[in-house]
Design a protein around this ligand. Structure first.
Ligand SMILES: [Zn+2]
Length: 417
């Protein structure tokens, strides 16, 4: 079988054919050149307007890099025609395998963009003998195409989250679609202010904002305000992930303070290296951690009392109807208020203030995937490492959309990877 047969199988053109195939390059870096010619009756198409136009002249041959075969670089070689177009003037013809002045074929560009979702951009650049900048531009192209072709109908549930960005406590606001049939990153905004979230609703448009039925978010005040104003009809749910984060933070504060106090008084340092024991769910502890925690719980410490209150609260999530968790919540808050643990009292206060929002979760049960915001949060963080540590906002945006946007790709006869 010839290489031409393979090429015709994976990428066949209507008005062009593959011609001579030849070896170029040397033994160290062998390359294949595949000449492409137009069919006898194939008339050029204007790249400006997409209409068939009379030919004008022919340019020098150009190389377009194709998907490599057995680690051998493959180039399509073609001398482009120019057309005289009544609408656009003298223009270069449109090609089915490449756009604009791109050196890469579309097939190869999408091949690399797809690899950049699995490997770091640096790794892709090194494996395919490209540069980091070229990989970034390809991912940018894939994201632009995918975002331009995404369907924004039928968004009923969204989740709003933020991730820390850069060391100096900057944040990105991320909005996800969390419908059970469709989960994806919809929108990213720099910062987490009122203006940021207003930017999202402007992007979504009033009609789609009015169609939202569920919004899942943190208790962050700017969010609460904007949601009430822009999508007041939607049931606003505080999600479990954020609610439990408040408790973890309270325990962190207590633990750090108490560890310092124990040290100052010259007691045994029982709280050192216990942070993860106290923050993890007991069922997720390793075989080594579990006995360590059991040991720690024997001490009459403020941190231990706070930990027990946190674990007690887990029962809240096991209720089904909205009535009983309400009673549970009130009792838990009373106990937390009597605990004499200041950070826990603060959590109880926040919960009392947002009681109805907390209970909304039970009203909406099963109507969207509630754990999904946390899943996305966990995935968004390593994305920063995979790309380049989010040095620029634009870079962060592109990396996140590429990884979490579930973006479409153009249809093709063959998937190269
Ligand atoms: Zn034209």
């Amino acid at each position: 079988m010839q290489l031409k047969s393979i090429l015709n199988r994976v990428q066949k053109f209507r008005s062009f054919v593959y011609d001579k195939v030849s070896w170029v390059g040397d033994d160290q870096a062998p390359e294949l050149e595949v000449e492409v010619v137009e069919r006898a009756n194939g008339r050029p198409i204007c790249s400006g307007c997409g209409q068939v136009r009379p030919g004008y002249d022919r340019l020098a041959r150009r190389h377009f890099e194709f998907v490599p075969l057995w680690a051998i670089k493959v180039f399509l070689v073609y001398a482009l025609r120019r057309v005289t177009c009544s609408a656009c003037g003298v223009r270069v013809e449109a090609l089915p395998w490449a756009v604009g002045k791109h050196r890469l074929t579309q097939a190869y560009a999408w091949f690399l963009a797809r690899w950049a979702r699995r490997l770091s951009w640096k790794e892709v650049a090194s494996v395919f003998h490209s540069s980091w900048d070229s990989v970034f531009r390809l991912v940018e192209m894939a994201v632009a195409w995918g975002r331009a072709h995404q369907d924004l109908g039928c968004i009923r549930a969204i989740g709003i989250d933020e991730i820390a960005w850069k060391k100096d406590h900057k944040h990105l606001t991320l909005v996800y679609q969390i419908d059970s049939g469709c989960k994806r990153l919809l929108w990213i905004g720099a910062n987490r202010k009122i203006k940021t979230l207003l930017g999202f609703f402007r992007w979504l448009g009033p009609e789609r904002s009015q169609a939202l039925a569920f919004i899942c978010s943190d208790m962050w005040r700017p969010y609460l305000k904007v949601i009430a104003k822009k999508a007041g009809q939607a049931l606003h749910v505080l999600d479990r992930f954020h609610i439990m984060t408040y408790l973890s933070k309270a325990i962190d504060v207590l633990r750090a303070g108490e560890a310092r106090a124990l040290k100052a008084k010259g007691y045994e340092p029982v709280l050192t290296r216990t942070r993860w024991l106290l923050l993890k769910r007991p069922e997720h502890l390793t075989d080594k951690q579990a006995p360590k925690l059991a040991d720690l719980l024997k001490y009459n410490l403020r941190t231990v009392r706070a930990y027990l209150l946190k674990e007690e609260f887990q029962a809240f999530w096991t209720y089904v109807s909205p009535y009983w968790p309400g009673c549970f919540l009130d009792q838990w808050c009373t106990r937390a208020m009597r605990s004499k643990l200041e950070p826990m009292k603060q959590v109880a206060n926040i919960r009392r203030r947002h009681r109805s929002l907390l209970l909304n979760g039970f009203r909406a049960k099963g109507q969207f995937s509630s754990g999904v915001v946390e899943d996305f949060n966990t995935k968004a963080k390593p994305t920063s490492r995979k790309s380049f540590g989010f040095r620029t906002y634009h870079g962060a945006e592109i990396a996140l959309y590429h990884a979490l946007g579930t973006l479409l790709e153009p249809e093709s006869t063959h998937r190269f990877c």
